[in-house]
Design a protein around this ligand. Sequence first.
Ligand SMILES: [Mn+2]
Length: 331
Amino acid sequence: MSGMITEKKKVSLEEVAQMLQEGDDFLIVSHLRPDGDCLGSTMGLFHTLVQLGKRVAAYNVGPLGDKWDFVPGIEAVKNTLPDWTPKWTLFVDCGAVYRVEDDFKPLGKTINIDHHLTNTVFADYNHIDPEACAVGEQIFHLAKALGARMTPEIASSLFLSILTDTGGFRYPNTSAAALRLAGDLVEAGADPGAISQAVFESRAKGEFKITGEVFSRLNFELEDALVWGEIRWATIMEAGGPDSEPDGLSSEIRGVVGCEVSCLFIETEEGWCRAGLRGKGGINCGAIADSLGGGGHYNASGLMIRDLPYEEAKLKVLNEVRSAVRAWKAP
Ligand SMILES: [Mn+2]
């Protein structure tokens, strides 16, 4: 890959703001299996562009489920493309094009706003900031640069982004800037209690059943430096279907004393193996996921293997992680 071409495509937030200011007819797209940052940054940007009088649509392959109903204006996020032709496709929180969905074809010119370490810099214009705690943080500064009013709708959306991508202000990406920003957003009308409750304390019954199952069968290896668990498809179906799949379990099992990296394997309906990796700073989870066709952040990444049976795929990932742990432990 030529570094020069990549450099040329990188743009500042001010340059993104200028393109949005001058342009119109925007489509905002975000990643499959959406999380709080994905939808929060989508809606923050959506409300900002609408306020500026732009025509804008939002797309996520979904389905979103009713879990996100509390997000103001979330019904604007459709799982179909608009009936007009966008001149711009704006990617938020997507490390690669395929994160939107298989074979996704953007419309018009493309802008990529993201904070993943492994971002493939795939768009016509790319603003990638791995230092941003959430894409919501980038959208906040973008909205400021555009001169938008910080309404309660925008503030709530961006608060959701920052709250979830910092794990409720607990992860090492909880910077002073992130905490100050959260304060500004609360001042502008975001309700931290209500948003936290909607995110962290509104979980389907089935999630608890699956969580219990995972916790009771955890695997501890290499003096507990590697902790892993799994959720088989049959377990998901017994617990009530895909909506019962718990969020954040891979992060929770990282909490075992002595654990340096955790893995959670999930068998999909197709029999594929999806894996989430979480680290504590010693092991680059993003690099491991990247080498296996996935991506993410240093301490949090994900991947999916489709060309091997589930058990073989799981072993392949485990072996990579085991080597990384051994290398980390070596004097
Ligand atoms: Mn994010």
